[in-house]
Write a new protein. Structure first.
Length: 782
């Protein structure tokens, strides 16, 4: 552990030998395509699929009504976050009303994808358009059109939290700062869109579903409830998965359709979404209006914080739609300690694609808010962004410590990350260069933005999940076993979709067992070979799943030690284990390798009395707290004052995710994360028109940054172990995305601050920056 072992999975993936769901070709397989509503809100007054059924190559076509009896239950939301939660009916195909543009109204089954897609043209649908609401604040007004008439309201839920005396903090404050911040809607864009192949299993009266999913185990349980097939007759396989970023942490209509139709028609069924469908009908992320207030002393010490957010649910609730904004509820105070905090979230239905987890899921929103507010507070009290942060940081701690939001951070030492980042960025030189450009009134101004962040990951203690209304648990399972030929198999309940678990888990097992990572095979992503798991999201895999592997390996060693003692004819207490070898304390020549012990365990000819053969252990690791990685990101931007174009010449990130299993993987995770954070800050935004049409429904309209837009990232780390698990590890898969957006926006605002500009919404596109500069100049601030 700690070594930069090259990723085992890469040779196959980068030479076209990966095995993705869409690569699957099964005998007799048919393909489905879905007709999607062109209206954001409408009644289906008439629908006729008979002409589509007549097309050559078409095998069947169904409406929502035709399939109504196939479902044992609706597509569920797993988080009943409040008693007042309103849950709209959500079926795989809409029956009489559509609630967002992209809602499916019919499905065609045909010999190939193109035939199925073409036949959609022959479906006759009459819609009666209904009033549409896309804006959250409009949706909350008394006279707003209702997204779901039967719910009688567009408020999905309200969720308050209050710790300490917030009113007192605000009445005793020397200064208060208040700002509305907008978290624009984002569209997760995994390289591989969603794909599913369902194969009927007539022998067991079940179904095998191959899906490009992050969560095979959750899909198994949830799908069983939708299609009415007992869980033990449902097998889910996640083959290689080309990215997910949270968007594949869901159970989708298309998975249910493929499974139900495969059973109904007794043939394998494949669905692969195209990119436009991906943009319209896979979940979206973020979309919050945040009203934030800080109360502080005149020298910049925070006394209290008020957070009031509105979170857009879209037209339905998906698996985790309701919990995403609440994952942020506990994180708005960030790396600062103060006395009073209040939070309120209102979940709002609108006629848009449902939202759900997108890399960071609730925590980028929180980190952005507090870090923007810290810069505004610095401005208000006339101190530097660095000083205001230092003033409010926690002292270092390595035991759970209470936070303003009433939870316990596991361990933190934030100051050194800031010091290191400032040194790497060359802060003093940057300040001098900024001054020079301002004095010269340069065309290109320089901005320096800070983000000192923490986040909550390693989901999750099951008690917390239950308290938040979650329908699951937060353990993770692993099996570690020697084979009879003394190689090692690790079975894990997490399934990677780009995070390199095969490599990291091999390192964890190899380290514990004293073998090499090449001796270890990691089995994952198939509910038959890995029956227990809670899957991959919330940067939980290493801190829960990796730890499960470690503990299972320790159990293997415990058993092997007994056998070794027997083989070496010594007392178990006199045996020590190091580097894959058991030896007698004080007589190092009396030793035996763990491989030899494994051989003896399976040969079973001479085992200690009463011991069962074999060398294999299971472990369910059940964390008692989350892990809280933290760090400092510094973003340097150049802003062209004539065009508003922002470029990022330098980006420094010093993250702390505890001891690192694989530094190459961690760097890769941070790189990808920062890229997505900068994408939110500067480029990406899902835009709907007032009729609820997604105007950014293709990659032509939705700006995803690539290598030309991104700088080389300068990365470093500090190491503060977590007391939440025996490896001390904290997650890192979302850290970059959580740390980055506010560093970039703080930098853009800093570059323009001499014009009196205090805030700019994301994305800071050239147009938005240019307009902001123009407005400031017209106001005469400049
Ligand atoms: N790691 C490590 N040492 C640490 C922490 C992590 O070596 N102290 C390694 C782990 O061993 C693992 C990787 O870093 O190989 C990520 O671990 P972890 O932080 O536990 O995150 P998860 O594996 O649970 O991944 C989930 C996280 C999330 S929530 C999203 S969204 C995300 C992400 O990871 N989506 C990704 N990273 C992604 N990377 C790719 N390529 N594609 C996605 O869709």
């Amino acid at each position: 552990m700690g070594g930069g072992v090259p990723r085992k999975e890469d040779p196959a993936l980068v030479t076209g030998r990966g095995s993705y769901t869409d690569n699957m070709k099964l005998p007799g397989m048919l393909h489905i395509a879905l007709l999607r509503s062109p209206f954001a809100h409408a009644k289906i007054t008439h629908i006729d699929v008979s002409a589509a059924r007549e097309q050559p190559g078409v095998v069947a076509a169904f409406t929502g009504e035709d399939l109504a009896n196939e479902w044992a239950g609706p597509i569920p939301c797993a988080w009943a976050v409040s008693e007042d939660l309103k849950t709209p009916d959500h079926w795989p195909i809409a029956k009489d009303e559509v609630h967002y543009a992209g809602d499916a109204v019919a499905v065609v089954v045909a010999s190939d994808r193109y035939t199925a897609q073409d036949a959609l043209e022959y479906i006759d649908v009459d819609y009666e358009p209904l009033d549409v609401v896309t804006d959250m604040e409009a949706a909350l007004k008394e006279d707003s059109p209702l997204v779901h008439e039967d719910l009688g309201t567009n408020t999905a839920f309200t969720w308050p939290l209050a710790v300490g005396d917030v009113d007192d903090a605000f009445s005793n404050a020397d200064v208060t700062v208040k700002q509305r911040l907008i978290q624009q809607r984002l569209i997760p864009t995994a390289i591989e869109p969603r794909a599913v192949v369902a194969q009927p299993d007539p022998v067991n009266d079940g179904v095998v579903v191959y899906s490009s999913t992050q969560i095979p185990h959750l899909v198994k349980a949830v799908l069983s409830g939708i299609i009415g097939v007992p869980e033990h007759k449902v097998r889910i396989v996640a083959p290689d998965v080309g990215g997910g970023f949270g968007s594949k942490l869901n159970v989708y209509a298309e998975e249910a359709l493929a499974a139900a139709l495969a059973r109904k028609l007794s043939v394998p069924i494949k669905f692969v979404e195209d990119r436009s469908e991906n943009y319209q009908a896979t979940i979206h992320g973020r979309d919050q209006i945040q009203d934030i207030e800080l109360a502080a002393t005149s020298d910049g010490k925070i006394l209290g914080m008020k957070v009031d957010i509105k979170a857009d649910m879209g037209g339905y609730l998906q698996l985790g739609t309701t919990i995403v904004p609440l994952l942020g509820a506990f994180m708005f105070p960030g790396v600062y300690t103060f006395g009073a905090y209040s939070f309120k979230c209102t979940g709002v239905f609108t006629n848009k694609t449902p939202t759900d987890a997108y890399r960071g899921a609730g925590r980028p929103e929180a980190a952005f808010a507090i870090e923007r507010m810290m810069d505004l507070l610095a401005l208000e009290v006339g101190i530097s962004p660095v000083e205001v942060r230092r003033k409010n940081f926690y002292e270092p701690f390595d035991e759970p410590t209470a936070t303003p939001a009433g939870i316990q951070y596991d361990s933190m030492n934030i100051q050194p990350t800031l010091d290191k980042a400032m040194e790497l960025a060359g802060y003093e030189d940057l300040l001098a260069e900024q001054k020079r450009r301002r004095e010269n009134n340069d065309l290109v101004q320089l901005g320096i933005g800070f983000s000192t962040y923490t986040e909550i990951c390693g989901l999750a203690p099951s008690q917390v999940i239950a308290a938040l209304g979650g329908g699951g648990a937060g353990w993770e399972a692993a099996t570690v076993r020697f084979t009879s030929s003394s190689k090692v198999e690790v079975v894990t309940g997490t399934s990677p979709h780009g995070q390199g678990h095969e490599t990291s888990w091999s390192q964890i097992a190899a380290d514990a067992l004293g073998v090499t990572p090449d001796d270890v095979e990691v089995l994952h992503g198939d509910t038959d070979s890995a029956p227990f798991g809670r899957d991959t999201y919330g940067s939980r895999s290493v801190a829960v799943g990796g730890v499960a592997v470690h503990v299972a390996a320790e159990k293997v060693i415990d058993k092997a030690k007994k056998i070794a003692a027997h083989m070496l004819e010594a007392a178990e207490d006199d045996i020590e284990f190091e580097g894959g070898r058991f030896s007698v304390v004080g007589s190092p020549d009396q030793n035996v390798t763990i491989q030899k012990v494994a051989g003896a365990a399976y040969l079973a000819a001479d085992l200690p009395e009463g011991m069962e053969p074999g060398l294999s252990s299971d472990h369910f690791f059940h964390p008692q707290n989350f892990t809280f990685p933290f760090g400092t990101h510094i973003c340097v931007v150049e802003v062209d004052m004539e065009t508003g174009k922002v470029t990022v010449p330098k980006y420094v990130a010093v993250d702390d995710c505890g001891p690192v299993i694989n530094p190459v993987i961690v760097d890769g995770q941070v790189h990808g994360g920062i890229a997505q954070g900068l994408a939110q800050a500067l480029y990406e935004e899902a835009i709907y028109d007032e009729d609820g049409m997604l105007a950014t429904a293709s990659m032509v309209d939705y700006m995803i940054p690539g290598a030309p837009e991104l700088p080389n990232f300068t990365l470093d780390r500090t190491v503060t172990p977590s007391p939440s698990n025996p490896l001390g590890v904290k997650g890192v898969g979302e850290a970059g995305t959580i740390g980055a957006p506010q560093a970039a926006i703080n930098a853009v605002v800093d570059a323009l601050s001499h014009l009196g500009i205090k805030n700019i919404d994301m994305p800071a596109s050239p147009m938005r920056v240019w307009e902001t500069i123009q407005a400031a100049q017209n106001r005469g601030d400049a």
